[in-house]
Ligand binder design. Structure first.
Ligand SMILES: *Cc1c(COP(=O)(O)O)cnc(C)c1O
Length: 390
């Protein structure tokens, strides 16, 4: 099979240049047998790396038992997964989805129905952030801050306005009696790896408390241990009213979730929301396994041990190439370097050299490796980047 053959069959929403065949630990192999170090984890998904034996066995066991029943019934993996996600997130109730975007849709619907129950005349306005990314479905796209992602698909859902990330006054200025939600990523990913200032997040928490507005924190990319805490909001000593998870939640099996505190969760009753597949036994068996392996293999401890090394190496690289690297930032194993040159060219050269990297925006390289990454993998990546930048 060739790329030319593949390109004939797909709607061209991506520029793809490799056909991957299998994965092992930190490495991927293409259909020519070439080996690649993976520092992108399938966009922050494959937190356990590839081919983890215990994870695979958990899935195989579940396939033999039951794959799907619909949400008209409970299944044991779903119950266990909901219990684990609630415990890990500090939320009270969970709804499983098939993707991140769907988790965002559910979170927005929950915020709106909560406001509607309080006051049926509430217009359900939502405040989102510039440079945010929440997904590609119509609702998620409506709160995504990048204009050129949104504009060709308008009209989107109404009542959305955009504030500046890390500018509390710009958020405050948009709050009206019709505001039902403020939505943001606890650490902006796609928009360029921007961590939140504590005063910003804490100030938004206070705003939401004062006006009884839902604080929705999108932890789809930055959650599940990536920042060094299970969920990034733990760094700030706050809790959202509604949170979204996906990406590493299933470590490759498509699954997402939105979760809420009791007060907000109560607003949804039978018939108000649903999904046929969401949280089916196969997907939630993956979620259970992921949480079990995180605990057993002390993944969080590992992130906190290895992340400072990545930070230090990136800083050193930046000092070596001050004309090409403008800034380094991030938290834990979610870091970015801002370049003065197009990131796409560097990513393409790295791929050729056998390292999978991903960009964020046009000039940022984002490091979101599997959380099992070791120093030697970081060294290999830095070496190749050093050569490319030289
Ligand atoms: C990837 C991502 C989404 C969308 O998730 P999908 O599974 O692609 O729908 C939403 N929010 C954030 C922060 C993301 O990184």
């Amino acid at each position: 099979m060739t790329l030319q053959e593949a390109d004939q069959h797909f709607i061209h929403t991506y520029n793809r240049s490799v056909i991957f065949q299998k994965g092992e630990g930190m490495y991927l192999f293409d259909n020519q047998g070439k080996k690649y170090l993976d520092m992108g984890a399938g966009i922050a998904v494959s937190a356990l790396g590839y081919s983890n034996e215990e994870y695979k066995q958990g899935l195989k066991d579940q396939i033999d038992k039951l794959i799907h029943t619909s949400n008209l019934y409970y299944t044991e993996p779903a119950i266990k997964a909901a219990e684990k996600l609630s415990a890990a997130s500090g939320m009270d109730r969970v709804f499983f989805t098939n993707s991140g975007a769907e988790a965002i849709e559910g979170a927005l619907k929950l915020a709106r129905i909560y406001a509607h129950h309080k006051n049926p005349l509430c217009k359900g306005e939502i405040i989102a952030m510039e440079h945010s990314f929440h997904g590609r479905t119509m609702g998620a796209l409506s709160v995504t801050g990048t204009k050129h992602y949104r504009e060709p698909f308008e009209p989107l859902i109404g009542g959305v306005s955009f504030a500046r990330y890390n500018d509390l006054e710009s958020v405050r200025a948009l709050v009206t009696k019709d505001t039902c939600a403020i939505i943001l990523e606890t650490l902006q990913g796609e928009g360029g790896i921007h961590p939140a200032d504590p005063a910003f997040i804490q100030g938004i928490r206070e705003l939401c408390d004062t006006y009884d507005i839902a604080l929705i924190l999108d932890e789809i990319q930055c959650g599940m241990g990536r920042s060094g805490k299970m969920f990034t909001y733990e760094h700030y000593g706050i809790r959202p009213d509604i949170m979204t998870s996906a990406k590493a939640l299933g470590c490759g099996v498509p699954v997402g979730a939105f979760a809420a505190t009791e007060k907000f969760a109560e607003a949804m009753n039978p018939g108000d929301h649903g999904t046929t597949y969401g949280g089916n036994p196969l997907a939630t068996a993956a979620v259970c396994k992921v949480f079990e392996i995180f605990e057993k293999e002390k993944i969080l401890d590992h992130v906190n041990e290895v992340a400072p090394y990545l930070t230090a190496q990136l800083k050193q690289l930046a000092q070596k190439h001050p004309d090409k690297i403008k800034d380094c930032r991030g938290l834990g194993l979610m870091q970015g370097i801002e370049l003065t040159i197009p990131a796409g060219e560097v990513v393409a050269k790295a791929l050729e050299a056998g390292v999978v990297l991903i960009s964020a925006g046009t000039n940022i390289i984002r490091f979101v490796p599997p959380l099992v990454v070791e120093r030697e993998h970081i060294d290999q990546t830095i070496q190749i980047l050093d050569d490319i930048l030289a």
